[in-house]
Design a protein around this ligand. Structure first.
Ligand code: PLP
Length: 440
């Protein structure tokens, strides 16, 4: 390869749409991660998707590795999902009353998941985690939550908290508008640090309701935790009568039908889901044992509700997507993703690039590092994001769409064929040549 930059794709229509959007929405977007703040150019406005491909308003075609940030494990516009949604649409959009579709999706999940006995559907991952935290507090009669630096759990007040300055301190708000007193209920500690967890439990003895961790932390790079550490979290929470919450909004139905709980062979007390469970529609869910779930209203005194919860169209999308997954997709998907990642790793190693590709199932993260493992947020070099920025631009110019930040992971979907992955690999090789053309 030549190590030459490719000319920029046309973003004329996207630019016009973005200019208009800026008049209507803060920053021109309805979710900040879409804004291309840390990469080159204006956000691409997407017109349609099919399989692993998306097309923007200027007609540029991309192989998509963002996949709507994870939900589209079968790719865009999957026929089974589309048919199921179309059928449900004929009967109306929402009733605010129970429907059989809710039972159907719940049955599909609960009969094939050893880790939860009862489930409650909500409308987003944020809502699922917010509700799980309330449930943990209601169940234990304690207030404090331990969360980890580098884990994202949605934008509810208790969870928009970053680490304070000591090893174990009260958290500090990471957003304006979160009361300091709320943040004080959240203790933020580094990942992969047993001592910090032990210290938090001794410093806040009998005050901790729950420890929350992402199934595999995948919102600040891919911070794969060791099995022993996850089991340590299970033991220390049990010893302190605190609950262990697995936030599986990304990993649920992604690593396998039973998500990270099965991956680590650990029984969390509460598990939250989102993304894949709704097949691309707005859905979240949380589940636990019958005993813990009995505390949720109307059975119990922990209140949680939703006008559109269990929405029939969303249920129909989830039923179709999870049915396909259950019929056996993971083995071939995960091995396809692994072959892709291994080929990338072989290439960067042969070139002596400071690059490591971390992966779990069909989730991958290209990190500009020479570390063998990255298990905590502080181990990521912020300077390396400059390299991602160059790679992102080169990839777009070669028809490959990655999330617009080097801290975001990529997803391989079942719709990515070997040919697509071959094409993507070549584009990644070429883009890395540009990134490293002046040395490492
Ligand atoms: N939890 C995790 C692990 C997530 O990755 C996300 C979103 O990316 C959320 C919670 C919040 O989900 P949502 O964006 O659907 O509110």
């Amino acid at each position: 390869f030549s190590g030459q930059s490719k000319p920029d794709i046309s973003r004329e229509k996207s630019t016009q749409l973005y200019e208009k959007a800026k008049q209507y929405f803060p920053g021109g977007v309805n979710s900040p991660v879409r804004a291309f703040k840390s990469v080159h150019g204006v956000p691409l406005f997407i017109e349609k998707g099919d399989g692993c491909l998306i097309w923007d308003a200027d007609g540029n075609e991309f192989i998509d590795f963002c996949c709507s940030w994870g939900p589209l494990i079968l790719g865009h516009n999957n026929e089974k999902v589309r048919e199921s949604v179309t059928a449900a649409l004929q009967n109306g959009l929402s009733f605010g009353a129970p429907t059989a579709l809710e039972n159907e999706l719940a049955e599909l999940i609960l009969k094939n998941n050893r880790f939860i006995e009862k489930i409650r559907f909500v409308s987003s991952g944020t809502e699922a985690v917010m509700s799980a935290i309330r449930l943990a507090r209601g169940y234990t009669n304690k207030d404090k939550i331990i969360k980890f630096e580098g884990c994202y759990h949605g934008h509810s007040d208790s969870l928009l908290v970053k680490a304070g300055s000591g090893l174990v301190t009260f958290g500090e708000t990471s957003s304006a508008g979160v009361p300091k007193s709320f943040a004080e209920e959240t203790i933020v500690i580094p990942l992969n640090d047993r001592k910090a967890v032990e210290e938090a439990f001794s410093q806040f003895k009998d005050q901790v309701a729950a420890v929350i961790i992402e199934g595999i932390p995948a919102n600040n790079g891919l911070l794969i935790q060791e099995k022993e550490y996850v089991h340590f979290l299970r033991e220390i929470t049990q010893q302190n009568n605190a609950l262990l919450i697995f936030d599986e909004v990304i990993t649920g139905f992604r690593l396998g039908f039973e998500g990270a709980a099965a991956y680590y062979d650990v029984q969390p007390d509460i598990i939250t889901y989102g993304k894949i469970i709704g097949g691309g529609m707005p859905v979240g869910a949380y589940g636990a044992s019958n005993e813990i779930m009995s505390r949720i209203s109307p059975d119990g005194n922990v209140y949680q509700a939703g006008t559109l919860s269990g929405n029939p169209i969303a249920m129909a999308a989830g039923i179709a997507q999870l049915s396909v997954l259950k019929s056996g997709v993971y083995k071939s998907l995960n091995s396809k993703a692994l072959a892709f990642v291994e080929a990338l790793q072989r290439y960067v190693s042969a070139k002596n690039y400071k690059v490591k590709i971390f992966s779990a199932g069909s989730i991958f993260w290209i990190a500009f590092t020479d570390k063998e493992h990255i298990r905590a947020a502080s181990e990521i070099d912020p300077q390396s994001m400059e390299k991602y920025k160059v790679m992102h631009r080169e990839l777009l110019n070669r028809g490959i769409y990655f999330g617009p930040s080097g801290y975001e992971v990529g997803f391989v979907s079942n719709a990515h064929t070997k040919t697509d992955l071959e094409k993507a690999k070549r584009a990644i090789f070429e883009s890395l040549e540009v990134v490293f053309r002046n040395g490492n």
